[in-house]
Design a protein around this ligand. Structure first.
Ligand code: GLU
Length: 448
């Protein structure tokens, strides 16, 4: 029997999630739903100084908003006792060793190696300390910190995305697993959780490739096989720079506040740098059906807000009116179907619906510039009732009394009627705005 797929997304709650973080969450989630698996959210909050509860809550709400359904949530800060148990076992089994260098001593060694053009790999000086030497340090008041002893071998694994990957552990320093103050660093708790939570697949950014090599050794020190890894190319911004938690503008929260549609964000995020064509998808299920992880490109994907805005606009045009009505209802707006049909191809964000609602239904103040021409247009307005022939009839009448044509004819009308230079077809708009309001706008009349 094959194992049930279990994946996880493991963000640190030290800032807002950005589009780059979400790419990792999406790949894991899409892989999970494709394989009918389970998706775990693991909050990596062992760094108590930088992690906050607010960021953790925001991560949970961002994922929900994007349509990513989490089966279970764990917080690493609540699992320290478990890590301590494994830690003691690993010490007993000889996989961890205590070290006594101060930070200054480590920095000094590092700089010396770099100045000699040698890789700055930790020299394992503490590994060979005698009991007496260790006691001397302890008597001096030094507190030990702990490292994991790497094998020095080449670790080879088959990556879901990159194929065969080799990590040479002899070029790596033995990773620190516990600091002087007893705090756990990332690698070991991550491996312990992946074991305990029975994670079968770990998909994450390619900046973690070396960690994966190191972690494979940790899995085997616990007598376990490592999960299957997949390392995806990272996203970069318009300037080619990686996204960062410090840059709030690319956060999911700020995209939500700017009224972007979650499926537009998901669609673009997954399409760039993959074989999937840029398209507005309606659901994550739809994307998961066509996503093929071993067809991902190797180059970083460039994520641009302009592209996202375009996709947002086409995303809106495929939403059903029922959905739109429900969405607008939550903002106390009673959506009207004929109006939606006319504006849906002319807006980038749903929030613009209210703008058009106002233009069509309210007595708005519009500044007029071309009064003589507009008076002529007002006088030429066809009598009511109006229908789909009215526009042509009106324009013919105007043309009979002026030689204006093209932009000179249409732009002043559009400006006077809507106050804007772009928008849906006037031919359809005038029917919704109606004779009275149009006449008053052409004549520059409005009530305050
Ligand atoms: N907290 C780690 C990060 O955000 C998790 C990496 C991982 O194991 O997926 O980079």
């Amino acid at each position: 029997m094959t194992k049930k797929t279990v994946t996880r997304f493991a963000p640190s709650p030290t800032g807002l999630l950005h589009v780059g973080n979400i790419r990792t969450a999406l790949f894991n989630y899409l892989y999970t739903i494709k394989n009918n698996g389970k998706f775990i959210l693991r909050i990596d909050d062992t760094d108590l100084e930088r992690s906050t509860n607010e960021f953790a809550e925001q991560i949970i709400s961002d994922l929900k908003w994007l349509g990513i359904k989490v089966d279970k949530i764990y917080k690493q800060s609540e699992r320290i006792d478990t890590y301590k148990k494994y830690f003691s076992q690993l010490v007993e089994d000889g996989f961890l060793y205590e070290c006594f260098e101060t930070q200054e001593e480590l920095d000094y060694k590092r700089k010396r190696l770099i100045s000699r053009r040698m890789p700055p790999v930790y020299d394992r000086a503490s590994l060979n300390l005698s009991k007496d030497e260790k006691n001397k340090y302890l008597d001096e008041g030094r507190k030990p910190y702990w490292r994991f002893k790497l094998s020095g071998k080449k670790i080879v694994f088959n990556d879901l995305i990159r194929g065969e990957v080799v990590v040479d552990t002899s070029t790596q320093s033995d990773p620190v697993v516990v600091r002087e103050d007893g705090g756990f660093l990332y690698n070991l708790p991550s491996v312990i959780d992946d074991v305990e939570m029975k994670i079968t697949n770990i998909i994450r950014g390619e900046d973690h490739v070396t960690n994966s090599g190191i972690q494979i050794e940790m899995f085997s020190s616990l007598g376990k096989n490592a999960p299957i890894f997949g390392h995806h190319p990272l996203l970069v911004d318009e300037n080619g720079d990686p996204f960062s938690k410090r840059n709030a503008a690319s956060s999911i929260k700020s995209l939500k506040d700017k009224n972007f549609e979650p499926m537009a964000i998901n669609s673009l995020n997954i399409s760039i740098g993959t074989s999937i064509e840029i398209n507005s998808f309606q659901s994550l299920k739809e994307i998961s059906d066509i996503l093929n992880l071993n067809k991902l490109g190797r180059a970083p994907g460039r994520f641009s807000l302009d592209q996202l805005t375009k996709l947002n606009s086409s995303q809106l045009s495929i939403l059903s009116f029922k959905e739109i009505k429900n969405r607008l209802k939550t903002e106390n707006i009673n959506a009207n179907e004929p109006l939606w049909e006319i504006v849906k191809n002319n807006i980038d964000f749903l929030s613009e619906y209210t703008k058009w609602d106002k233009i069509i239904n309210k007595d708005i103040k519009i500044e007029n510039f071309d009064n003589e021409f507009l008076k002529l247009a007002a006088d030429s307005l066809p009598n009511q009732p109006w229908d789909e022939k009215t526009w042509n009839l009106w324009i013919e009448k105007i043309k009979a009394s002026t030689d204006r044509k093209g932009k000179d004819l249409f732009l002043p009308l559009r400006r006077a009627i809507t106050g804007l230079e772009h928008g849906p077809e006037l031919k359809e708009l005038i029917l919704l705005i109606g004779y009275d309001k149009i006449k008053r706008r052409l004549l520059g009349e409005y009530s305050d």
